[in-house]
Write a protein that binds this ligand. Structure first.
Ligand SMILES: C[S@@+](CC[C@H](N)C(=O)[O-])C[C@H]1O[C@@H](n2cnc3c(N)ncnc32)[C@H](O)[C@@H]1O
Length: 221
């Protein structure tokens, strides 16, 4: 379903099909969200990677995660999965700059009866993140504008207590990040973000070369 797993490589398509036999299928509500996303948005393949959603659900269940911050809601697929994973006592704050995307997401949050658990803030992440100072989150899922990932890191760090974790998607950017001839703005920003996290002694980071590349980094001091 994500850009990264839709490929002409038959081996990767076989992997994708195999993973689908293992993962729980989407319920009716998420299937309807996916259909509407394909019908009305320009880049439906931005929809949450089902492998990554499963990974975050595992992380939430095994690390006592209650408060989640998401950068980049899109139409709310991952937000709904995160909100279900944190349970009734948890909360998800999600940031989205596109009115179209936010409107669709809010419709499905209501249908999923998750409006008390999800707060959607409209605007750009760089403008919204400073307004969250004073709040802390157990998990921050970074999935908005790749060109702004380095700024997000600066703005997210004060929102994490020790033990708080960043999960950032697309850090290998279809292979561009490790292709030395690629120098567009997003690729360079992702390189800066990756290096900054690994060099930052306040974080313990790892990079999972799965999907489109995912960094998992926990604040340790
Ligand atoms: C890859 S999609 C998010 C996918 C979603 N997290 C999921 O897994 O289903 C990225 C989203 O970030 C939004 N976005 C782009 N730039 C942004 C910014 N500067 N601030 C907030 N959202 C932004 C886009 O409109 C888009 O909806």
């Amino acid at each position: 379903m994500s850009d990264t797993l839709v490929t002409v490589d038959p081996a990767v398509n076989n992997l994708r099909e195999y993973l689908e036999t293992l993962f729980a299928p989407d319920d009716e509500l998420l299937q309807a969200l996916v259909r509407e996303t394909y019908a009305v948005t320009q880049h439906p393949r931005m929809l949450g990677d089902r492998w990554l959603c499963t990974f975050m659900e595992w992380f939430i269940a095994t690390h006592s995660v209650h408060r989640v911050l998401e950068l980049g809601t899109f139409t709310g697929y991952s937000t709904i999965r995160l909100a279900r994973a944190v349970g009734a006592t948890g909360a998800v704050t999600t940031l989205e700059s596109s009115t179209l995307h936010a409107d669709i997401a809010e419709k499905y949050f209501a249908r999923a009866e998750l409006t008390t658990r999800i707060t959607l803030l409209r605007g750009t992440a760089c403008n919204l993140l400073p307004t969250l100072l004073g709040h802390t989150f157990d998990l921050v899922y970074v999935d908005a504008d790749k060109a702004e990932y380095p700024q997000y890191l600066e703005l997210i760090a004060p929102l994490l207590d020790i033990g708080g974790t960043i999960i950032a998607d697309n850090v290998l950017w279809g292979g561009k990040t490790y292709t030395s001839s690629e120098h567009d703005v997003r690729t360079n920003a992702l390189r800066t973000f990756n290096s900054a996290l690994f060099a930052n002694h306040s974080f313990k980071a790892t990079l999972l070369p799965a999907g489109d590349g995912v960094i998992v980094a926990t604040k340790i001091k």
